[in-house]
Design a protein around this ligand. Sequence first.
Ligand SMILES: Cc1cc2nc3c(=O)[nH]c(=O)nc-3n(C[C@H](O)[C@H](O)[C@H](O)COP(=O)(O)OP(=O)(O)OC[C@H]3O[C@@H](n4cnc5c(N)ncnc54)[C@H](O)[C@@H]3O)c2cc1C
Length: 335
Amino acid sequence: MPSRQPVVVVGAGVSGLACARVLADSGLPVVVLERSAGVGGRMASRRVDGTVADHGAQYVTASDPGFAALLRRLAATGLAEPWATRLHRFDRGRLSSGGAAESGRVRWAFPEGMPTLAKHLARGLTVHRQVRVTAVQPAQRSWELVTTPAGAWAARALVLALPAPQAVELATGVPGLEEPAGTAARAVYDPCWAVIAGYPDAAPPTWRGVFVGGEPLSFLAHDSSKRHDPAGTVLVAHAGGAWTRAHYDDEPDEAVGALVAATARVAGRWAAEPAWTSHQRSRASLGTGPHPVGTVTVGAGHGGAGRSTARAPSSGPVSAGGVAGPAASAATRWA
Ligand SMILES: Cc1cc2nc3c(=O)[nH]c(=O)nc-3n(C[C@H](O)[C@H](O)[C@H](O)COP(=O)(O)OP(=O)(O)OC[C@H]3O[C@@H](n4cnc5c(N)ncnc54)[C@H](O)[C@@H]3O)c2cc1C
């Protein structure tokens, strides 16, 4: 019976979890399937040398009142904190604070790492981790999903809360998903090389984050300023999209060396020799330019193979704005 089938949300990043949260709160049965061992997706951190460091998203801002209220609730329990209002800029060899272009918005961070937000959203939800969805297909008044490890799920409605290229992989050629797959295929993402660098004996810099004009770097974060009891200074360097594209397959030593050198040009010579580094590269990090659909693609309410309908979020009964909700929309806009 389709009415007993859950809505299946693919992806336990903040979009998928915010979506699942709203659906569950409205009384629908919901299951979230996540391929990795943890939740949070691109809101990712890593424990290294005894500290937590964010290597994906660095902070969130809240333009949506609901999301702002959620952050205040998390702040009341110490899980979220206002991290910075005026971030620095580095242009033509000069480091300066803020400037006219600086938004001055409150940037929020999470002392235990960015996945805190996702972990909070996941509380009370049914999330199956280490389950990768490999195929979706319409069935009689429902959707069928195939997973690895081997498994099959039936869903009354399907939410693909994935970066567009991964949604396209699943949706291409699936009857009823032609339109959202075609729209998502137009999304363009920058890849990102990220380096976490530790300086146990260095005095902390006075700035919290620096927008860097001109590559290789695009952003430099003073990550340890987000932690309550930092063990020394930790910086996180994000490379820009063009540099990452050109160096995506570089040997890690080579890419890390180039990004540490670039970090020292921004932060000062003290940053040229970290005691340790850790790195991460991702093919789809940030969407560039106008995003045609956001990262949530929905197919619902179809009447069987050959007659199925699938709706893009802007028009569907389950939409990126309506269901993925404040966390998702805030997460995809950062300034
Ligand atoms: C380097 C970097 C820096 C960023 N900086 C910021 C910032 O400072 N502020 C900000 O607001 N945003 C920032 N962003 C963007 C922000 O991280 C994303 O917009 C946001 O996290 C996207 O959430 P999501 O849930 O839509 O997707 P994701 O976080 O990508 O979640 C998708 C989830 O789906 C899972 N998945 C994928 N395929 C499958 C499958 N087949 N089956 C099951 N599960 C699957 C993935 O494992 C993942 O957990 C940054 C991103 C990166 C990478």
